[in-house]
Design a protein around this ligand. Structure first.
Ligand SMILES: NC(=O)c1ccc[n+]([C@@H]2O[C@H](COP(=O)([O-])OP(=O)(O)OC[C@H]3O[C@@H](n4cnc5c(N)ncnc54)[C@H](OP(=O)(O)O)[C@@H]3O)[C@@H](O)[C@H]2O)c1
Length: 251
């Protein structure tokens, strides 16, 4: 029975991943942060099974106790996971966190927040789920994290966006390092980074005016293209960084 877990399931891309995963997997865990803070964190994660294989999970992906309890739940119920997607990410917020145009805009608190949200969540998820990543059919088990082309150091021609670029470069290094470890430990697992292309979500909204016509994708299109990669992934693809069109990006 195919089991998928989507983190960042309330985001523009994450929501669409949940929808399209339900067409492919028997059980889809849709994980997002709790809407409001709860005083009793021992009750978390909150796990609700809905129709058609959808399971809604409220957890904080940076709370290791919650991640560990969630992993334990999945282990007890199913014993394995076929696909994990991490669609968590931040580029700006409604307050002071904005991508830097110049070095004078650099702010340590914003840098730490971007690093925490964009890079560390994948490491924490991998830490608690690596032993569960086992394929249930011929395909490899997959851990895929949404990165961004701007995280590629070799592809950096425009500059700017120091913290976002650095956090996605850090994420890419975590993915690459993890791919080497899983090649040793989980013989049939592939760990990859994905660039969705500029996609019409809350994250890209303030930066859409300079996007060339036809290059702003709907979440439906981006995720359909990313699933074409995931559905056809081979074990040899472990450790690669794919763009939405199936081409590979240099780290
Ligand atoms: N959209 C694009 O053009 C584009 C391009 C390249 C790469 N990407 C990458 O694609 C991924 C998905 O982005 P999106 O466009 O779908 O953005 P989005 O609609 O803004 O969704 C962002 C997701 O990140 C989660 N998130 C934000 N801050 C968080 C925090 N502090 N702790 C935990 N979760 C947090 C949100 O969770 P809640 O729902 O719980 O708030 C939401 O699910 C990101 O990694 C982004 O960098 C997007």
């Amino acid at each position: 029975m195919g089991i998928a877990i989507i983190f960042g399931a309330n985001g523009g891309i994450g929501q669409e991943f949940v929808k399209q995963a339900l067409e492919r997997y028997a059980v889809v865990f849709a994980c997002s942060r709790p809407k409001k803070a709860t005083p009793d964190s021992s009750k978390l994660p909150d796990i609700k099974t809905l129709d058609n294989g959808l399971v809604k999970v409220e957890l904080n992906p940076h709370d290791e106790e919650q991640l560990q309890r969630f992993a334990q739940h999945v282990r007890e119920q199913y014993g394995h996971v076929d696909l994990i997607i991490n669609a968590i990410g931040i580029l700006h917020d409604s307050k002071e966190l904005q991508p830097e145009k110049k070095i004078e805009d650099f702010n340590l608190d914003n840098f730490i927040e971007m690093m925490t949200v964009n890079a560390s969540a994948t490491a924490l998820i991998a830490k608690h789920f690596i032993k569960l990543l086992k394929q249930s059919d011929a395909q490899p088990a997959i851990l895929a994290s949404l990165s961004a082309r701007v995280g590629s150091i070799s592809d950096n021609r425009l500059g700017g966006w120091y913290s976002y670029r650095a956090s996605k470069a850090a994420l890419n290094q975590i993915i690459k390092t993890l791919s080497i470890e899983v090649a040793r430990r989980n013989k049939n697992t592939a760990v990859i980074a994905l660039h969705p292309g500029t996609t019409d979500t809350k994250l890209s909204k303030p930066f859409q005016q300079n996007v060339k016509p036809g290059k702003l994708f709907s979440p439906e299109y981006s995720v359909r293209k990313l699933f074409e990669i995931i559905d056809n992934l081979f074990l040899e693809d472990n450790g690669k960084f794919f763009a939405w069109d199936g081409s590979t990006i240099e780290w």
